[in-house]
Design a protein around this ligand. Structure first.
Ligand code: ASP
Ligand code: MG
Length: 414
């Protein structure tokens, strides 16, 4: 019997009643003979509330102090969960990120895990206890408390599973798995029983909000099998596993969308070497997270450059471009916030030509104009008008018959 890491998100520990339900599940897993390690998020909306508080006392919270404040949320939930587990006759010990040996770099607010020295966690396991670890936090190389970015408990859990060589990392959340599309927008969406690490990574990056992107990167890099499931209903969830282990192989596994981005176009940019470098270096230095980039063909020595970015980065991007446009002699810039990105993801796309053409044809048939396109080996994304998103999602989902189990059972390239 191996080690099982169980991660419970904020909604799963939102109140005392739910904490008792989580304690029941932990105790039951332990009594089946497993070594159980638990990672928890802060209760309900408590991280949001702490962020609000910070902005009530100042305009620009000092990053170190903000991390100190936010890590308090997870401290509350680890202690309460331990009390409830102990009350059920199973010994449990809580650990902050620092006590659990989660060492990070010193970038407050989005620290990266450098290593995990989990000896206290192992010791607790050897003593038959359930270690309950605060998610989303660590301690930096300079001995300060850090956080891993919003949603970071997923990453804490997967990284801990990798460090302990756990047989599985179970992510308990408020949805019961990963779907072929967002079921709130596409009623015929189907729950996937399995998806590969690579596909999940692309889906998460394309806007499927089930897991923090970095947690999926860690799972892929260390080959950790992850199971996403509901903490409210006891139904099978979705397994995220190595590609070789996937039984049902589809060309397209799912269609994801993202409405959190905006598009900016810098107009009449002089077409000479170094100009794109100036634009994107300036945006990067201001920590603007640019996603897709398109440069139009040059006409009479000028070109338009468009890119997408998170809407939350717009104020900073506007300030940067106000300066840059003058410096590079561009005519100006436009901003469009009414866009959506729609992406199809599937490992089978690597070996099946024509998937892109299929997607474009479907969008054309329902009258959806494509604004920008970007691809990876297993993902194809289009920027479209946000008011056409539901039409586009349904058309693509129907065309690739995602509501049905995939027909292809063997890998196309074997
Ligand atoms: N409590 C943190 C947040 O709300 C971390 C997490 O939930 O994963 O972002
Ligand atoms: Mg979360």
């Amino acid at each position: 019997m191996g080690i099982v890491v169980q991660k419970f998100g904020g909604t799963s520990v939102a109140d005392s009643e739910r904490i008792r339900v989580v304690a029941d599940r932990v105790v039951e897993t332990k009594k089946r003979g497993n070594d159980v390690v638990v990672v928890v998020s802060a209760m309900g909306k408590s991280t949001d509330n702490l962020v609000d508080l910070a902005f009530q006392v100042c305009d620009q919270p000092a990053p170190r102090e903000l991390d100190m404040l936010l890590t308090a949320g997870e401290r509350v939930s680890i202690a309460l969960l331990c009390m409830a587990v102990i009350d059920r006759g199973v010994n449990a010990t809580s650990f902050t990120g620092s006590q659990a040996g989660i060492l990070t770099d010193a970038i407050h607010g989005k620290a990266k895990i450098l290593e995990i020295n989990a000896y206290r966690v192992r010791e607790a396991l050897e003593e038959g206890k359930v270690p309950v670890i605060a998610g989303f936090q660590g301690v930096s190389t300079t001995k300060d408390v850090t956080t891993l970015g919003r949603g970071g408990s997923d990453t804490s859990a997967v990284a801990m599973a990798a460090a302990l060589g756990a047989s599985v990392c179970e992510i308990y959340t408020d949805v019961d798995g990963v779907y072929t599309a967002d079921p709130r927008r596409v009623p015929s969406a189907r729950k996937l029983s399995q998806v590969s690490h690579e596909e999940m990574l692309e889906m998460a990056a394309a806007g499927a909000g089930v897991l923090q992107v970095r947690s999926v990167e860690v799972a892929r890099n260390y080959g950790v099998p992850v199971s996403v499931r509901s903490s409210f209903v006891d139904v099978p969830g979705t397994w995220i596993v190595k590609e070789e282990e996937i039984m049902e192989r589809a060309i397209v596994s799912g269609v994801a969308h993202d409405v959190s981005e905006a598009k900016m176009t810098v107009r009449r940019v002089p077409d000479r070497p170094g100009v794109a470098a100036i634009i994107f270096r300036s945006l990067a230095d201001a920590a603007v997270n640019v996603d897709m980039i398109v440069q139009n063909v040059s006409l009479d020595g000028y070109t338009d450059v468009s890119f997408t970015l998170p809407k939350t980065d717009l104020p900073v991007a506007h300030a940067v471009l106000n300066k840059i446009c003058k410096r590079i002699d561009a005519a100006g810039y436009d901003t469009n916030e009414n866009i959506a990105k729609i992406s199809i993801v599937g490992a089978g796309m690597k070996t099946h030509p024509g998937v892109a053409a299929d997607m474009f044809t479907q969008l054309a048939e329902v009258g959806v104009n494509i604004d920008m396109i970007s691809t990876s080996t297993i993902r194809l994304s289009c920027v479209i008008a946000v008011d056409q998103l539901d039409t586009a999602l349904q058309a693509i989902h129907d065309h690739f018959e995602l509501e049905k189990l995939p027909k292809i059972s063997a890998r196309a390239d074997t």
